[in-house]
Design a protein around this ligand. Structure first.
Ligand code: NAD
Ligand code: MG
Length: 394
């Protein structure tokens, strides 16, 4: 029996993880579940999975949650509040695996704590890796932690790597990664209409059902930009070894091109329970609950090169990793602030890359040599992005 802590249990990935875990109650025991504010979903999850700990980051909501538990069938669950509690539950002695499924920079410190504590980390929270880069990977190496990618593309790449492959290591046999992207909902929209896109429109993804932030990232293709950086880090490759491929059917989840000309692809229905089950069962396999792929219903698969004029966010991600140092941290923070402003209807869809680009121009590249530098850069870039948004609206 392995103990699991799910950071971001109430989100899209968290819910899918619990669905898979429930199918394998003989193998996994839920030790801790965490939420930001959504105590109704957390309560239902606690009733079903009976963890030892439940964390509610928002202090007021945590108080309300405690009251709710008192008069319930599960009064013995220990409720913790605040961000520090995330690190506490991610490093408990009886936790073997940590699902890092908090969205955005908020997931960095607990994921890093789990890495330092030598846990098996199932990494969905790509922003944490993009912003902290080599520091995160170093923590993994030093503690002997296991890092398994949950992002469907990176999980696919991992599955296509040579047997015994360890994330972060270079493999000379693989010369290129073909990172697939659906192209999001606006792949074919006339360019002059892109500025009229609403949040409701942007979060309705054609193939995947996901949280709001990553859905907007998919629509701008910043998601693919972050994933390109994530792939460079996880698989120790250079940006020019990662080719983004638009594949609207989302059946191939990415490919690895080997020196002998072999290209290995991983396929399946677009259902996040597949990479989640892969990582939970690894190095074995077990049922994920996903439907078997009906290859006859797929019928055809298309592949296109991405258009960087339509998707400037992807270009900015390439620029950020080429600049190196703190620039990916700046890119990520500016994007988080711009996406939030777009979701709150403060800016237009097409303002998102404008804000990120202006923000990046305000920073001089320096080495992202410590956690302090990274956290400080993250805060600075958020501040600068908010100022840019204010100027834009005046
Ligand atoms: P979501 O918005 O559905 O859920 C986010 C979770 O994080 C929730 O449980 C929420 O309570 C928690 N959270 C949010 N802000 C927080 C804060 N400040 N402090 C603590 N907890 C906080 O998001 P999601 O779609 O499940 O995505 C989660 C992560 O997984 C993201 O990094 C995303 O890029 C990545 N990912 C998601 C998918 C997907 O299909 N949804 C696929 C690949 C990667
Ligand atoms: Mg992905």
């Amino acid at each position: 029996m392995k103990g699991i802590c799910i950071l971001g249990a109430t989100g899209s990935i968290g819910v899918s993880t619990l669905d898979v875990v429930a199918r394998h109650a003989d193998l996994y025991k839920v030790i801790a579940l965490t939420a930001h504010t959504n105590i109704d979903t957390l309560f239902a999850q606690c009733l079903k999975h009976h963890p030892q700990y439940a964390v509610v980051v928002d202090e007021n909501k945590a108080q309300a949650f405690k009251e709710k538990l008192k008069n319930s069938a599960i009064p013995d669950i220990e409720v913790l509040a605040g961000t520090q509690a995330l690190e506490y539950v991610a490093t408990l002695a009886n936790v073997d695996s940590v699902m890092a499924a908090i969205v955005g920079a908020a997931g960095l410190l607990p994921s890093l704590a789990a890495a330092k504590a030598g846990k098996t980390i199932l990494l969905a929270n790509k922003e944490a890796l993009v912003m902290s880069g080599s520091i995160f990977l170093q923590a993994i190496t030093e503690s002997g932690a296991q890092l398994l990618p949950i992002d469907s593309e990176h999980n696919a790449i991992f599955q296509c790597m040579p047997a015994g492959y360890v994330t972060g290591r270079q493999t000379k046999q693989a010369r290129r990664i073909l990172l697939t992207a659906s192209g999001g909902p606006f792949r074919e929209m006339p360019l002059d209409q892109m500025s009229t896109v609403t949040p409701a429109h942007a979060v309705a993804h054609p193939n995947w059902d996901m949280g709001r932030k990553i859905s907007v990232d998919s629509a701008t293709m910043m998601n693919k930009g972050l994933e390109m950086i994530e792939a460079c880090l996880l698989f120790n490759m250079q940006p020019d070894q990662i080719q983004v491929v638009i594949h609207p059917q989302s059946v191939i989840h990415s490919m690895v091109d080997y020196v002998d000309g072999t290209v290995l692809a991983q396929m399946g229905n677009p259902d996040m329970r597949i990479p989640i089950a892969h990582s939970l069962a690894w190095p074995e396999r077990f049922d994920s609950g996903a439907e078997p792929l009906n290859i006859f219903a797929v019928r055809r698969m298309d592949f296109e090169e991405p258009n960087l004029e339509r998707f400037p966010c992807l270009r900015l991600a390439y620029e950020a990793i080429a600049a190196g140092g703190i620039m990916p941290t700046v890119l990520n923070a500016a994007n988080e602030i711009a996406v939030e402003a777009f979701l709150n209807e403060k800016i237009r869809f097409t303002d998102i890359p404008v804000i990120i680009e202006r923000c990046m121009k305000k920073f001089v590249v320096k080495e992202a040599g410590s956690l302090e530098i990274i956290l400080d850069t993250d805060q600075q870039a958020r501040l600068v992005s908010r100022q840019i948004i204010e100027k834009l609206n005046n």
